[in-house]
Design a protein around this ligand. Structure first.
Ligand code: PLP
Length: 438
């Protein structure tokens, strides 16, 4: 790292980072273009993770930068409560042309975590408005990541994200569908395991379905290492939710905006949730933004009562921020013009073959993939869980490829503009590193 940054690392408390380890050997990115970052030493770093699953159209897109600059000069901010500006209305109208059928009411937030907590609140408010305020519990899934709000960590299923804080809203969890015995090295959706959705019935029987507000899942678990649900699993969850009057929430913070080869996972799996959360690629990551998409019937149920009354006591100072709306509209135009919502379907098979070619490496325990996301799970080194994953991260970075690791699983999710030669390079470097590390 170049000396100019070295003296100034103490004050920033980094999120989800081993701060002391990082500050002893920092990796700083200073610019980006297309598929590449540049680090502080001037090295090109091929981005195999779309930043953090979010830069779907590639970095520093000119049209997005221009849209942000223009809006910053024209309307820096407008209040979001009882006053507004045209941006969020226009952006919402454009977005809903591409969402799964009927999800056409949009509540803007600033992050995925806020979108999740907003969706949980919408579910509770909806049931109350229908006179079913007894529906207060949620059901999530083991290994699911739903951000870091107190709602999100309660319904989320990653132990470490809860253990320092507790879980604060009542939630039960479906067992993970990750199964090495039946599904290791599956290509795409595993064939075994749709019946695991029936665990939902057992949880409902335990609590009485009339106490449950909704079920929240990631259509593909991203952060826990790309766990692809078995074929038919999500449809079965939908059927059970319908049988018992539960809302089904898809957390599409990662799968939204083309990651699987359709605009949203709901369309890819042909299963429509009642609520859908998004963030990250909604602006191609250029300005923070999240959103909840709700069925019209949910919006209309909550926005009943006297006209002059605020119907939903929830929102953010920056909901529908002008810069985020400008960035989002410019990003959507790029996605549509360049066919990026379908790009993962076109190149997905090449990507799948490439990542599964790593199967013969002895430390590889499992490989999972769907669309343009893949998880390469390594056997842990003895009881040092996560060490091998971290070594892979550092090794790849030093050789010019940015990967993401979660524990001992490498997660790949390149920008949707990725070409075959980029995939070859990513897989080649990962192979070299996995052969080298102990
Ligand atoms: C599925 C899912 N939900 C929610 C979040 C939280 O989003 P944010 O980090 O923008 O709060 C993430 C972030 O990775 C995510 O992957």
């Amino acid at each position: 790292m170049s000396g100019e940054y070295e003296s100034s690392l103490s004050h920033y408390w980094m999120p989800f980072t081993a701060n002391r380890q990082f500050k002893a050997a920092p990796r700083l990115l200073v610019s980006a273009q297309g598929m590449y970052y540049k680090d502080a030493a001037g090295n090109d770093i091929l981005d195999a993770t779309s930043g953090l699953w979010c830069v779907n159209a590639g970095h520093c897109r000119k049209e997005i930068a221009q849209a942000i600059a223009q809006e910053a000069a024209r309307l820096d901010y407008a209040p979001s409560f009882q006053i507004s500006h045209p941006g969020p209305f226009e952006f919402a109208s454009e977005l809903v042309k591409h969402t799964p059928h009927g999800l056409d009411r949009v509540f803007f937030t600033n992050s995925g975590s806020e979108a999740v907590d907003t969706a949980l609140k919408i579910a509770l408010a909806y049931h109350r408005a229908r006179g079913e305020g007894h529906r207060t519990r949620f059901i999530g899934e083991e290994k699911a990541y739903h951000g870091v709000g107190f709602g999100g960590i309660s319904v989320g299923g990653i132990g470490k994200n809860r253990s320092q804080f507790g879980a604060w809203i009542p939630a039960d969890h479906l067992p993970t569908t990750l199964n090495y015995e039946h599904n290791a090295f599956s290509r795409g959706e595993p064939g075994w395991g749709a019946h695991l959705a029936d665990n939902l019935e057992s949880i409902l029987a335990l609590h009485d379905p009339s106490t449950i507000a909704g079920v929240i899942v990631e259509p593909v678990n991203g952060s826990a290492g790309v766990i692809v649900h078995p074929k038919g699993y999500l449809r079965r969850l939908r059927e059970i939710c319908d049988r018992h009057g539960l809302l089904l929430i898809f957390d599409e913070v990662i799968t939204g905006f083309g990651r699987l080869g359709a605009p949203f996972a709901g369309q890819f799996f042909n299963v429509t949730p009642d609520l859908m959360t998004c963030a990250k690629a909604i602006t191609n990551a250029a300005v923070p933004m999240g959103a909840v998409f709700a069925k019209t019937s949910i919006y209309e149920t909550i926005t009943s009562g006297p006209d002059h009354q605020i119907e939903f006591f929830h929102g953010y100072t920056f909901s529908g921020h002008p810069l985020a709306c400008a960035a989002g509209r410019a990003a959507l135009e790029i996605y549509l013009r360049e066919g990026l919502f379908h790009r993962a379907a076109e190149i997905g098979e090449y990507f799948e073959d490439a990542v599964h070619s790593l199967r013969d490496i002895s430390i590889v325990r499992d490989i999972r993939n769907l669309g343009l996301m893949a998880g390469i799970e390594l056997h842990p080194r003895g009881d040092e869980v996560g060490r091998r994953g971290y070594d892979a991260l550092v090794g790849c970075f030093e050789r010019g490829v940015l990967i993401r690791v979660t524990g001992d699983t490498i997660a790949l999710s390149p920008p949707l503009i990725v070409e075959k030669h980029h995939i070859d390079k990513i897989v080649d470097i990962v192979r070299q590193v996995l052969r080298d590390i102990k």
